[in-house]
Each structure stands twice: as C-alpha cells, then as structure tokens.
Design a protein around this ligand. Structure first.
Ligand SMILES: *Cc1c(COP(=O)(O)O)cnc(C)c1O
Length: 366
C-alpha cells in the first residue's frame, strides 16, 4: 500500500456536498469577481483570525507584496526575513525594490531566532517578516519588542499556519499585519490560487483594498497605480466551506503529529520541537536526518512519499546570484537534512503505522 504525501482529492471528498453547493451558488449568481462571497469570506476569516480586517487577494506572494507596498517599503529599504523559508517571503521584498536581509533560525524551532535579529538591523531597516514555518508559531513577543524599540513594522508570513496560536492568540493577528496563502496544499487551501491580508490597521486595510483592484474603489476611477490581485468569488465560496472545518482538520493534524512524535521517539532522527508558547497546526511534520537522501529513498521503496521543504535556501537560488547575503550555515544545513513526512487530516492509523515502521526499519539497516 502506498502512503501519499498529501491526498487533497480524498480530503475534498469529506466535504464534497458543501463544495458542490458553493460552486452552484456562484454559478447561479452569475457574479464572479468582487462580490458577496468575497465579502462574506473576508468577514468570516477576519473573525476566525481575531483581527478587524481581512482583504482577499490573488495569492500569498501578492498578500505580502501589497502589504509592503501599503507600508511604503521600496528601493533603498531593508526587510529582515528568515534565511530558511519558501522563496515567496524574500521575493515579496525584492519586488518592492527593497533588500531581503536574512537572519538564521533557532536550531530547535526552525523559526527565525529572535536573539539574532538585533545584529541585522541597520538605519535602512523598515520591517521584520517572521514566518510561522511548518505551522509552528514564531516567537513573536521578543520580535515585537525589538520592532517597537527600533520603530519597525512587523509583517507575519502566516501562509503555513492558518489557525495556529501563540500564547493563546491566533497567528496572523500578532504583528502590524500579516499575509497568508490559500494555495491548495495549505491548511486552508482554495481549489486554485488565493491569498489574504489580515490587519487591525484601518488605513493599511484600505490601502491594500485599493492596491489589489487597480487602485480603484469606484469603477473607472484610479487613485493609485495599483495591481490586479483579487480573490475571486468561486475561490471565496470554496474557502467559506473549508473554513467551517479548519479547526477540526487542524485538530486531526495535531493527533497525527502526536502519534509520529511518540512512535518515532528514539529513532535517531531530529523530531519537531514545540515550545510552550506554541499551539502549532502542523502544515508539515518535518524531521531532520544527516542521512536524509538515503532515508528518503528508503521510504519511497517502502511506499511512503515524502517531500523536502526546502532543498535549496533562497540565498543559493539562481535568482539571487550576485547578491551578498553572507554565511548562512544553518539554513544550508537544514536544506540538506529536512524531510517532511506524510501529513493530511485524512491520514489513517494504518498509514501512520506504515510511515513509522518505514522510518524505523531504516535505522535497523544502519
Ligand atoms: C505558500 C507560501 C507563500 C506564498 O503563497 P502563494 O499563494 O503560493 O503565493 C508564502 N510564504 C510561505 C512561507 C509559503 O509557504
């Protein structure tokens, strides 16, 4: 039997009726962009995330990019980002003409190390963008404190952590604003691309609303040279259906992660560490092994699909050739050691057992 890394098709079957109904509602309405489904989703997701404003946009990268634009970040500015993240965090900064300044992660949490940020702050620094990597909240209190001291903006990249909590509060509500992604594989995924900005700041929410829609709120009147980056009615309707079960799906992910952590204890791999302040949502369950490539091949042979998040850190990507980012040994070490085990709310006990047995049989081979 094969264990898929993530079977979105199977997940959607569990709410097939609700998704079909969402499709029919939009189809019958004949209204596809900037309508009642988007408005309803924005207010429902804002309430879920415990913030005042949600602004739906085209995808997660655009959520972060439009936010930086709304804050006026541009050429000559610097933005602090994690050295180990999906490239979108960095690209949002680059697209504004600003410079991403990487800071290395805490070895235990994989999230940006708050104690290393101060040394990266210069007179050009405008913002800090922590990422809640793999669904684990970053340590936000010291980051916010530092930002306040230096007059910096904090923008959370919450793309992997919808529903997670930090000291009881939802991620995405912890900085000045946050960007999230509804890419299909995310914990709250659309049936296509989608994203959103969350903030308690009225002015920033209004600015992003302008920027996402050609700089316009009144048809054919353009106040800003904006973009076309909107969350369409169909995706908003699907997201409304999935938001209703998100907490339940995240709870199931937590159970699966707990099973992995118990059953893989002592297996010789570095297992995820959960700090006391964190209630993660396990977008990914990531282990580390010095023999990662051999382990991955062994699992594949045992029918277990795994993925590497991510095999090449942003500083080593061709698109950043010629940039000087300095030494980032931890990001590079992680890239060679991380391995994401199958994770999906539909994973059953038999599949979990198969994954665990496969990992453990690799150790016995040594
Ligand atoms: C998925 C993701 C994004 C970007 O989302 P898209 O919708 O694919 O543009 C940004 N940051 C992180 C950490 C992500 O995982």
């Amino acid at each position: 039997m094969k264990v898929p890394f993530l079977d979105i098709g199977r997940l959607h079957q569990t709410i097939r009726g609700q998704l079909d109904e969402a499709y029919s509602r939009v189809m019958d309405s004949g209204w596809f962009i900037m309508g009642p489904e988007l408005e309803a989703f924005e207010s429902e997701f804002a309430a879920f995330s415990e913030v005042k404003h949600c602004v739906g946009v085209g995808n997660g990268l655009e959520a972060l990019h439009l936010l930086l634009r709304a804050y006026g970040v541009g050429a000559g500015d610097e933005v602090i980002v994690p050295s180990n993240t999906f490239i979108a965090t960095w690209l949002a900064v680059s697209q504004c003409g600003a410079k991403p300044v990487p800071v290395e992660p805490d070895i235990k949490t994989h999230n940006i190390h708050p104690a290393l940020i101060a040394a990266a702050i210069t007179p050009r620094t405008r913002a800090i963008m922590p990422v809640h990597l793999y669904g684990q909240p970053a340590d936000m209190d010291p980051i916010n404190e530092l930002a306040q001291k230096h007059g910096l903006i904090v923008i959370e990249d919450a793309a992997q952590a919808q529903g997670a909590r930090y000291k009881g509060r939802r991620v995405g509500s912890l900085g000045h604003a946050s960007g999230t992604s509804f890419y299909p594989g995310k914990n709250l995924g659309a049936l296509g691309d989608g994203g959103a900005v969350l903030t308690n700041d009225d002015a920033i929410a209004s600015k992003v609303r302008l920027l996402r829609n050609y700089g316009s709120t009144i048809k054919y009147q353009h106040d800003l040279a904006g973009y076309n980056s909107r969350l369409d009615e169909l995706q908003a309707a699907f997201l409304r259906a999935k938001l209703k079960v998100l907490d339940e799906w995240n709870a199931r992910r937590r159970e699966i992660a707990a099973s992995y952590s118990t059953m893989l204890d002592g297996s010789g791999n570095e297992l995820p560490f959960v700090p006391e302040y964190a209630e993660p949502v396990w977008h990914l369950y990531v282990i580390r092994s010095e023999r990662r490539d051999a382990l991955k091949a062994h699992l594949e042979k045992a029918g277990v699909s795994t993925v590497i998040h991510y095999p090449t850190p942003p500083n080593q990507q061709a698109c950043y050739a010629g940039f000087m980012f300095g030494q980032l040994p931890i990001a590079e070490q992680f890239a060679s050691e991380v391995l994401s085990l199958p994770m999906s709310p539909t994973l059953c006990g038999r599949e979990i057992r198969q994954v665990v047995d496969a990992v453990r049989s690799f150790d016995e081979d040594r």
